[in-house]
Design a protein around this ligand. Structure first.
Ligand code: KG4
Ligand code: ZN
Length: 357
């Protein structure tokens, strides 16, 4: 079964051909990082325009590299949401036209579910029940997955996503965008014990994450210590290195502590850590150590599959197609799409989305 995956939910235009949900025949990604860098974050209008320019050539390249004709593709899988509406619409409209023209089925995929399936290519099959920590620039969610396609939201962020926290702190310190990779690099040379930030506690006792307090604490530290943001091209001093290490340590400890305590209660057979922040080596090693303590295997995507890509969308789409689920051509981008379909948040998941185009 050949599935063509298309992903345009944020700032990567990506297309991929995946065989039988596990073998990547091609995975082409055009990143817009350079386009957004001067603004220190993604500019939605620029993002959709760039997707529009790139989507055709990227899909052609994915088919060409996979040595597969559109006629040989069994179905098209496309990210339906959540994400930026303009960006999502480019992928969804393109995928629908392609599928309609070629007479192929189409399936809409939740971007977060795509991140969950990013681990299937280079790991043994996921054993259920599983537990998945999905950490990216837009999302920080811990799911309990009792069986394939069933998601219970165990923890979520109350404010900023983990990747967003890296990005905002980086911007504050003049370190550039995206923040995660640069903070990780500087943290390697810093001392995480010199500037310690406390882990946020949620007052209603839920095991949720919160990272906006960290941003405020860093801003206060910068003000009180008189630390100057880095001037472009300058070499960061020890103070910035230590601060980067302290920030990374706080984010990693917060994520791993919750994942470990929830896994101890819910006893999954597999742990999955995915999403852009899963590139982070400190997070990987702390999660691996937790998995060893729990006696559970842990799967990560390889680094190029941790950030947004279309292979994960094709893999998630394949599972849906094999279960007999496709979307009709009335399917459209949905920025409020939720993944949780069991447990306490079910009512919210079935609520009418507020913005639907
Ligand atoms: O999954 P992704 O490409 O996009 C979203 O779906 O949001 O994740 C991008 C996020 C950014 O916030 C970026 O700073 C973060 O992932 N990131 C990292 C690292 N590489 C990327 N965070 C920490 N350490 C890294 N090495
Ligand atoms: Zn993502």
């Amino acid at each position: 079964m050949f599935v063509l995956g298309i992903e345009t939910s944020c700032d990567e235009t990506a297309a991929s051909v995946v065989r039988d949900g596990r073998e990547i025949l091609s995975s082409i990604i055009s990143s817009q990082i350079e386009l957004h860098r001067p603004y220190g974050g993604v500019v939605p209008e620029l993002a959709s325009r760039d997707h529009l320019e790139k989507i055709g050539p990227i899909v052609d390249e994915a088919l060409e590299q996979a040595k597969v004709q559109l006629a040989d593709v069994d179905a098209v899988a496309v990210t339906q949401g959540p994400g930026l509406i303009g960006s999502l619409l480019v992928g969804v409209c393109y995928a629908k036209s392609l599928a309609y023209g070629a007479g192929k089925p189409i399936v809409g995929v939740n971007h977060i579910e795509g991140h969950f399936y990013s681990v299937v290519f280079e790991n043994p099959p996921i054993e259920y029940p599983a537990m998945a920590l999905i950490v990216s620039g837009g999302h920080t969610n811990l799911f309990y997955v009792p069986e394939e396609g069933q998601y219970k939201l165990v923890s979520r962020t109350r404010d900023d996503a983990a990747g967003e926290a890296f990005d905002k702190v980086s911007k504050m310190l003049g370190l550039g965008y995206p923040g995660g990779p640069v903070i990780e690099k500087l943290a390697r040379a810093g001392d995480p014990k010199r500037v310690k930030f406390p882990i946020a506690k949620i007052s209603d006792g839920k095991p949720d994450f919160s990272f906006s307090g960290l941003k405020t604490a860093v801003s206060r530290y910068v003000r009180e210590s008189g630390l100057k943001p880095l001037v472009k091209g300058a070499t960061p001093g020890k103070e910035i290195l230590d601060l980067a290490a302290g920030v990374q340590d706080n984010i990693v400890r917060s994520l791993v502590k919750t994942m470990e305590s929830q896994a101890r209660d819910l006893r999954p057979k597999t742990l999955v850590v995915a999403g852009g922040v899963a590139c982070n080596e400190a997070l990987r090693s702390a999660s691996k150590a937790a998995a060893v303590r729990l006696g559970v295997p842990i799967y990560f995507p390889s680094k190029h599959l941790s950030t947004d890509n279309a292979a994960m969308i094709a893999a998630a789409g394949t599972v849906k197609l094999l279960a007999g689920k496709h979307s009709g051509l009335e399917m459209t981008a949905d920025i409020t799409m939720r993944l949780q379909n069991i447990g306490g948040e079910e009512a919210a998941a079935t609520k009418k989305p507020r913005y639907r185009l």
